[in-house]
Design a protein around this ligand. Structure first.
Ligand SMILES: NC(=O)c1ccc[n+]([C@@H]2O[C@H](COP(=O)([O-])OP(=O)(O)OC[C@H]3O[C@@H](n4cnc5c(N)ncnc54)[C@H](OP(=O)(O)O)[C@@H]3O)[C@@H](O)[C@H]2O)c1
Length: 371
């Protein structure tokens, strides 16, 4: 039976875990709280960044001798293998912990139930699945990466009430109110990278940086996806600090070395897609994950948005709707997606909605019917 102090400690462990959001990937976010034998919190910690001590080690060292005969409450199954740091199970056993409360077993092949078994084998009581749903949502990027080896994509779009992303002339400024724009700057500040298509760069000349009071001191990397390497005369994307990556088919990567020479941008070339258009975006998202970008905020027009959805690469859809109408002349959010009836529609689950100034903000995880 999970006690009330253990549940409260798990809520705190989940809160702590989030503090590692920007730096832990490809590791999971983990938080831990140590309760002494009278259920008082005596130590807490979180995994701060990849390579840094695990949450359990931080919490146990804060607790010191008070951990003996106590309980450790941890949002993910403790590891039992030697990675960059020693096994957390050994540290828990050595600290004299009597009970371990876990939110989620770790599906990583090096752990996956083995940590729990090792603890039980020395007589420690282990309870699992405490606030499991919350823990799975918290670590969705990590779980997705283990399954697919890809980055998690949040596609953000600003739409008119009739679902248009821009007016007929291509203008989309300002298709959302000030509060929504502030929210977007917060999203950029917490993303490791922001991605867009060459069409948006050519038309809008965006910076794609986090600005105003939402700026946290570190700009996300900016990734531009292009089939042609043509960015027109737009250069703002290179002007602010932060890494800029231009992803193109191998056949054009040689033609755009000027962006590397003049602005220090990284040019990533990919084999041409079998369809003959651009390159396979799945390869791009595998590369971004291998370079440490767990979660990418995508702010693009309908061209790239359609390609990502067709390939089932969008994980979260985040839509800001503003109270104006652009009519049938306006640019639609997506091109054809092969949806002919309601049963084919792409739906969202775990939907969150809020009012931001005059806009509505709706966000949820994409469910593809054939999954
Ligand atoms: N309301 C909003 O939230 C919002 C956000 C952003 C932009 N916009 C508006 O959207 C309009 C621009 O739309 P857009 O469709 O041109 O822009 P986009 O989606 O940002 O960019 C499209 C471009 O992405 C590249 N691309 C897509 N799939 C690719 C693949 N598989 N391989 C390689 N490259 C690929 C192509 O680059 P190449 O051009 O090099 O072939 C393509 O033309 C503008 O009017 C802008 O204001 C609105």
């Amino acid at each position: 039976m999970t006690s009330l102090p253990e549940i409260q400690a798990m809520k705190r462990a989940l809160e702590l875990a989030i503090l590692g959001r920007k730096a832990v990937f490809p590791n999971p976010m983990v938080g831990a709280v140590v309760l002494d034998s009278s259920s008082n919190s005596v130590g807490e910690g979180f995994h701060e960044k990849c390579g840094a001590p695990h949450a359990e080690i931080v919490a146990l060292s804060e607790a010191g001798a008070a951990a003996s005969s106590g309980t450790i409450v941890v949002s993910l199954e403790p590891c039992c293998h030697y990675g960059r740091t020693g096994p957390c199970t050994d540290a828990i056993i050595n600290a004299g912990i009597r009970k371990v409360v876990i939110a989620m077993l770790d599906p990583h092949p090096n752990v996956s139930g083995k940590g729990k078994k090792q603890l039980e084998s020395v007589g420690i009581e282990v309870e699992t699945s405490v606030l499991l749903d919350e823990a799975e949502i918290l670590n969705r990027v990590y779980l997705h990466y283990l399954r697919t080896s890809r980055s998690w994509i949040t596609l953000k779009m600003a739409l008119s009430m009739d679902g248009r992303t821009a007016a007929k002339d291509g203008g989309s400024r300002w298709l959302s109110c000030e509060e929504s724009r502030k929210q977007v700057h917060r999203m950029r500040a917490s993303a490791q990278a922001v991605m867009t298509g060459a069409g948006t760069v050519r038309y809008d000349d965006p910076e794609l940086t986090s600005r105003g009071s939402e700026y946290t001191g570190e700009q996300p990397a900016r990734i531009v996806v292009s089939a042609t390497g043509d960015l027109g005369n737009s250069r703002k994307i290179f002007e602010k600090p932060g890494r800029v990556i231009i992803a193109v088919p191998e056949s054009v990567s040689g033609n755009i070395q000027e962006f590397q020479r003049e602005f220090g941008a990284d040019i990533w070339g990919f084999p041409a897609d079998s369809t003959g258009y651009g390159f396979n975006l799945t390869l791009l998202l595998e590369r971004t994950a291998s370079e440490g970008f767990g979660e990418i905020l995508c702010e693009c027009g309908r061209g790239l948005a359609t390609m990502l959805l067709r390939k089932k690469l969008v994980n979260t859809l985040s839509v800001f709707t503003t109270p104006l109408i652009l009519g049938g002349e306006g640019l639609p959010a997506f091109e054809k997606l092969g949806i002919n009836s309601m049963v084919d529609s792409i739906r969202l689950e775990n939907v969150r909605s809020s009012l931001l100034g005059t806009d509505t903000h709706l966000e949820g995880e994409v469910v593809y019917w054939t999954d």
